[in-house]
Write a protein that binds this ligand. Structure first.
Ligand code: TRP
Ligand code: ZN
Length: 864
């Protein structure tokens, strides 16, 4: 037998292959909350039904609550026990009413899972396994119940009482308290349960669905924030219309509420009829939110709304299927955002995000397939792989099927699995059945981790009019997956003629499904140039032997905007990687290509701004055998300076061309603002002596946060007198606005200055810094960890700083702490000295007494 010591030291692993259906179903639950920040009483009445012939007791998950009483069919019982936090109740027969009463303490809940206090209000977060911290329940997504909720609370402190579904009754209670009842007619898993009690006001409107149902919409915030809710409410209406038009999906309740809270572990949560949002994804006005914030708000509002079908009406059988709802819903929100403005720029942003977050994950110790095989702590699997690679996998299905067959597959999936807890396999099988396409081999995208590498070589046959393209693929080894099969890679490609800049071979979709394949092109009358993975049709790394000239050609002539952007990026990357590796740099080709892009009056300014930006330090590092942070930083700064100097006249012209009248939020105005700060950055990079004054002028004159934060970022990178002034002005102006103060912290943590590490250490002792608020913690720590040069300071002090912060944060909020750990796991990417220092910090974390299982899993796997 294991002793307790050893038993707790062995992490419990949950495996996908061990799935078994629930022992007991709970078709109905009634919850009665007596709400109080210090001591909330929760009475739960569960109708339980034995599922199939077994004689096992009822096991209800729990965690952190104080059990007060248990009744079975109205009679108090004493034969229950607590085992591993779960309530075990022996039951005979098949059908019972089980009633439990527990006490919980929302104001001591720093994990922000379950029922907790934020800004004086009470709210819940149940996904993935938070409901068990509220009441005893089978906390798994394949147990679907109809919920009736009653809340009683102090009427003055908590005048608003919200829960899922529709409000059915309310009234006053003794002692200055009041109550409300909400019923949700749609059976749901407990992770979609929510309640909110607080002093809130709503921006409300109505939406009429296409079948004529009138829905009351409300966005609930504290009174002072009401003026900042218009954008989110408009985005909600646009999302509802979009889902009707594009997916044929209609909303199904009479009420749709959103509540904004300041303390939240994630972006937002799709609770049925009562979404709860991190306030950063709701609150916006010109003075406090950037264009990036406005875009993100619309995307997250759409994302959570879209979950009503992809997630709620059809939910997940188990948490290994998480990408079933998240990958699909990200794909849906990306499509929505693409339709609101420039689809090309949206695609560029999404791919940049994928490469910044997902590719490194797929190449590191935490790599996992979009449908993982095992986990210790499910919260650690809300990853860029599940979400963003998951969305790319859905996108590839859509590309292979084409829009009509994809829509038929989506209709079949929603119709067939409505009201059930489904699997990724159910989704793929629906797509197959509706389209007639065989996706057997494609399913490898669900089981194999790692970013495939595609090699493409184009050869023009000597003297002839033919060209041969050789494509080959390789899927890298990842933890636990030493052998890989070739995947199905949908690759869009096209050939251009180098002399005439015309099409030699029109765009075609190639499905590469073997290790390699040759394609022959006839009618190749001039030197062909390959445009490949157009639109980023497959989430792979492409290796070609295209010359700088070819890339420059494509950056000027490709008619696929993504491919055009990509050619410029590749040209820049080749230049920078070589400069970082050898110290030798020839900037001429990049300068000429950037000049050409700036001169092309036909281009959308938003596209130009994306195209002329250099790849990040991190992305340059990802291309190298070993990351040399200082060499990369020097190479990139040198190219920035040369671009700034050589194209000074153009940057100034571009800057002048972006001056606008009063702020409007529109795709065109956003594009101009984006280009404006990019141009300002290059003017500053050139070392021009008027740059700080120009930036400060932009900072002072700005009527919007995009221009103001953009200018602040440029100033913070330098060491002018204006830098200090701008930081002070910004701080004082926004000291009572938590979301803007996050920007103040973040901008400094991202600074390329030599003293950023010390500045960040000092900021961590600032009176406004707190680890208790996840947004604030992330603003400083995550931002610092993506600052490749500062984080990887040769002294190891950056690693030590982050480890110290994470150890402290783990005691409050393990989930948020564990999500910040992966940068420390990148030690294999660095030479000996840094790798040793990083490992030492990981070992220190693993050895910390009382470490959470969230952190243990991330840190121990990172040491791996
Ligand atoms: N389902 C949420 C979304 O993607 C994610 C989420 C919200 C979450 N809160 C969480 C995940 C807390 C883990 C923990 O929209
Ligand atoms: Zn989601």
């Amino acid at each position: 037998m294991l002793d307790i010591q050893t038993a707790t030291a062995i992490p419990h692993v949950t495996r996908r292959e061990d799935y078994t259906p629930p022992d007991w179903q709970v078709p109905e639950i009634a919850l009665d909350f007596s709400l109080d920040a210090a001591a909330t009483l929760v009475r739960a009445t569960l109708h339980v039904v034995r599922d199939s012939a077994h004689d096992r007791p009822l096991v209800l998950d729990g965690g952190g609550q104080t059990p007060l009483s248990v009744k079975v069919d109205g009679v108090a019982v004493n034969d229950w026990r607590i085992e591993n936090d779960a309530l075990v109740v022996p039951l005979s027969g098949t059908d019972h009413v089980v009633e439990t009463e527990v006490e919980i303490a929302p104001d001591r809940n720093t994990q922000l899972m379950g029922l907790y206090a934020s800004g004086g209000n009470l709210c819940t977060q149940c996904e993935a396994e938070g409901f068990r911290r509220i009441t005893f329940f089978p906390d798994r997504p394949d147990v679907l119940s109809i919920y009736k909720v009653r809340m009683t609370a102090d009427k003055k402190r908590y005048p608003v009482l919200l829960a899922n579904g529709d409000p059915v009754a309310q009234g006053d209670a003794p002692d200055g308290r009041h109550w409300a009842e909400w019923h949700d007619p749609y059976p749901k898993p407990c992770y979609l349960f929510a309640l909110v009690a607080g002093d809130l006001v709503a921006n409300t409107t109505t939406f009429t669905t296409r079948s004529g149902r009138e829905v009351s919409l409300g966005i609930w915030v504290r009174a002072a924030d009401l003026p900042k809710t218009a954008h989110a409410l408009a985005a909600l209406q646009t999302s509802m219309t979009w889902d009707e038009q594009v997916y044929g999906r209609e909303y199904d309740l009479d009420v749709f509420n959103i509540v904004a809270v300041d303390d939240f572990n994630f972006g937002a949560m799709e609770n049925k009829g009562l979404n709860i949002f991190n306030s950063r994804y709701i609150l916006a006005d010109a003075d406090t939110a950037t264009d990036y914030d406005f875009d993100a708000i619309a995307a997250v509002v759409a994302h959570e709304y879209f979950h009503n079908w992809s997630g709620n009406r059809v939910t997940c059988r188990d948490w290994f299927q998480l990408s079933l709802k998240e990958g699909f819903t990200v794909f849906r929100d990306q499509g929505f955002s693409a339709d609101q403005g420039s689809a090309a720029v949206k695609r560029i942003e999404d791919v940049r995000g994928l490469r910044a977050a997902q590719f490194p994950e797929d190449a590191g110790p935490l790599a996992h397939p979009i449908r993982p095989d095992e986990y210790q702590e499910i919260s650690n699997f809300y990853t860029a792989t599940i979400y963003n690679k998951g969305a790319e996998v859905i996108r590839m299905i859509a590309t292979i099927l084409g829009p009509e067959r994809f829509r038929a597959g989506s209709d079949l999936y929603f119709d067939r699995f409505d009201g059930t807890a489904a699997t990724c396999e159910d989704f793929v099988a629906s797509m197959e059945e509706a389209s007639g396409e065989d996706l057997s081999q494609f399913r490898l995208w669900y089981s194999q981790a790692g970013t495939p590498r595609l090699t493409a070589t184009l050869r023009q046959d000597a003297g002839g009019s033919r060209a041969t393209l050789t494509l080959s693929q390789r899927v890298p080894v990842t933890p636990g997956q030493p052998v890989k099969q070739p995947m199905v890679l949908p690759i869009k490609l096209k050939l251009f003629g180098a002399d005439t800049a015309t099409t030699l071979a029109p765009e075609r979709l190639v499905l590469l499904d073997g290790p390699s394949e040759q394609l022959v092109f006839d009618g190749v009358t001039e030197r062909p140039i390959l445009s490949i993975n157009r639109g980023f049709s497959a989430p792979v790394v492409v290796e070609t032997d295209r010359s700088a000239d070819d890339l420059a050609f494509l950056s000027a002539h490709d008619d696929d905007p993504f491919a055009r952007y990509e050619a410029m990026q590749q040209l820049m990357l080749d230049t920078l990687v070589q400069a970082a590796a050898t110290g030798q740099a020839d900037h001429k080709a990049v300068i000429a290509a950037v000049a050409h892009t700036l001169d092309d009056a036909a281009l959308d300014p938003a596209f130009v701004a994306e195209a002329v930006l250099l790849p990040s330090d991190n992305f340059i590092g990802d291309q190298m055998a070993l990351v040399d942070p200082e060499a990369i930083f020097r190479a990139r700064e040198a190219l920035r300076r040369d671009l700034g100097k050589a194209l000074d006249v153009r940057w100034r012209a571009a800057y002048a061309s972006t001056q606008a009248d009063a702020f409007v939020y529109s795709p065109a105005a956003k594009g101009l603002r984006r280009l404006k700060t990019v141009a300002l950055g290059y003017i500053a990079a050139s070392g021009a002596c008027d740059a700080a004054a120009l930036a400060f002028k932009q900072f002072e004159a700005a009527d919007n946060m995009t221009d103001r934060q953009g200018a602040l970022g440029v100033l913070v990178a330098g060491d002018s007198a204006e830098r200090v002034a701008a930081l002070d002005i910004f701080y004082n102006r926004y000291s009572d606005n938590a979301l803007v103060l996050d920007k103040w912290f973040q901008t400094q943590a991202l600074s390329p200055r030599d003293d950023t590490l010390e500045q960040v250490q000092t900021l961590s002792r600032h009176r406004d810094f707190t680890l208790a608020n996840p947004n604030r913690a992330r603003a400083l720590i995550s931002a610092f960890a993506v600052n490749q040069r500062a984080f990887n300071a040769a002294s190891g002090e950056g690693y030590r700083f982050v480890a110290d912060q994470l150890i402290a944060l783990d005691k409050l909020n393990p989930q948020t702490a564990a999500k910040l750990l992966p940068p420390l796991g990148r030690w294999r990417r660095f030479a000996e000295e840094r790798a040793t220092r990083m490992r030492a910090e990981l070992e220190r974390i693993v050895a910390t007494p009382g470490l959470s299982k969230d952190m243990f899993e991330q840190a121990s796997k990172s040491l791996g």
